[in-house]
Design a protein around this ligand. Structure first.
Ligand SMILES: [Fe+2]
Length: 303
């Protein structure tokens, strides 16, 4: 196309291709993205210098570092609220099932399976936490043989992959429910932590006057045959940043901790210092709900 002007450049970009004949969904996303990006550039009257700063920001955000081994792109979508927005958009048909939540950038697949009740990690500084509950279906029936993947930071707010002083796989593990659907594990009370902030995302947050704290949480991924897999997080009631988590991901899955410090309680639970307990039940949706949702989305896409 010749004679490109302010008035026709957006449509020229959208029209440059086969108009979605090959890949309709990709084109739908592309067309909307171009439309919104061009509108944004016009609205803020973006300068060449600012554009160059943006290019540099994205380039640096993609770099892998010791502090954030997978780069900052995933974290960037969390900080912009985009990750949570996508969660909310697609978590509307869960009914009474447990809410989903962000996977976050610290997930590692294929971690070792542990015996029910075992310790998730080693942390002599942390406050012991005995976490238990059930995995249930939407009718309240137990779901046996559910694989529960758990990962969290230690009491210093660091994940094993960020901290060479921790053993590999510390505070990561899989547990499998028995016939009664119950699970139990020992861990430490997670602490809120600052997201890795030495890179470009941290720089921008500081310039915006935004803090970098995540409220204390524990990550889970649950998989059971016949049920939709669930990725979620639970949060700790009373955490200092429960109302201002920097990823906007605190919803209703908030647990209260009960402290135990009487000598007979310590003895009964084989603990040598005060410990905490809490319970959380997970409720999974049957897979049929997922299938019907996919059919529904396919119908919408074809229209
Ligand atoms: Fe996390």
């Amino acid at each position: 196309m010749q004679n490109i002007t302010l008035d026709n450049i957006t449509q020229a970009v959208i029209n440059h291709g086969d108009g979605g004949k090959s890949h309709p969904r990709l084109y739908e996303i592309y067309r909307s993205l171009v439309t919104h990006l061009h509108a944004f550039v016009r609205e803020v009257n973006l300068t060449e210098q600012e554009l160059q700063m943006g290019r540099g920001f994205l380039n640096r955000a993609s770099h892998h570092t010791q502090e954030i081994p997978n780069g900052e792109i995933h974290m960037l979508t969390d900080l912009l609220g985009i990750s949570e927005l996508v969660e909310l958009l697609h978590d509307t048909e869960r009914g009474t099932a447990t809410e989903s939540n962000l996977e976050g950038p610290m997930y590692i697949p294929d971690v070792p399976e542990r015996q029910m009740g075992n310790c998730l990690g080693v942390d002599h500084e942390g406050d012991p936490l005995l976490l238990s509950g059930c995995v249930l279906d939407v009718n309240g029936q137990p779901i046996p043989n559910t694989l529960i993947e758990v990962w969290q930071s230690n009491s210093q707010g660091l994940y094993d992959i960020q901290d060479s002083s921790q053993p590999q796989g510390n505070f990561r593990g899989c547990f499998r429910t028995q016939a009664d659907g119950k699970y139990e594990l020992e861990t430490v009370v997670p602490q809120g932590y600052n997201i890795p902030a030495s890179g470009p995302c941290g720089e921008v947050l500081r310039l915006l006057g935004r803090h970098t704290w995540r409220a204390a949480h524990i990550h889970f991924q649950l998989s059971a045959a016949g049920y939709s897999s669930l990725i979620t997080q639970i949060f700790i009631d009373g955490d200092a940043h429960i109302d201002s988590d920097t990823t906007f991901s605190v919803k209703s899955a908030i647990v209260k901790l009960q402290k135990h410090e009487r000598p007979e309680e310590l003895f009964a639970h084989n603990q040598n210092k005060p410990f905490y307990t809490t319970e959380f039940n997970f409720v999974l949706q049957p897979t049929v709900c997922e299938a019907s949702r996919v059919e529904h989305l396919a119908l919408i896409t074809s229209q």
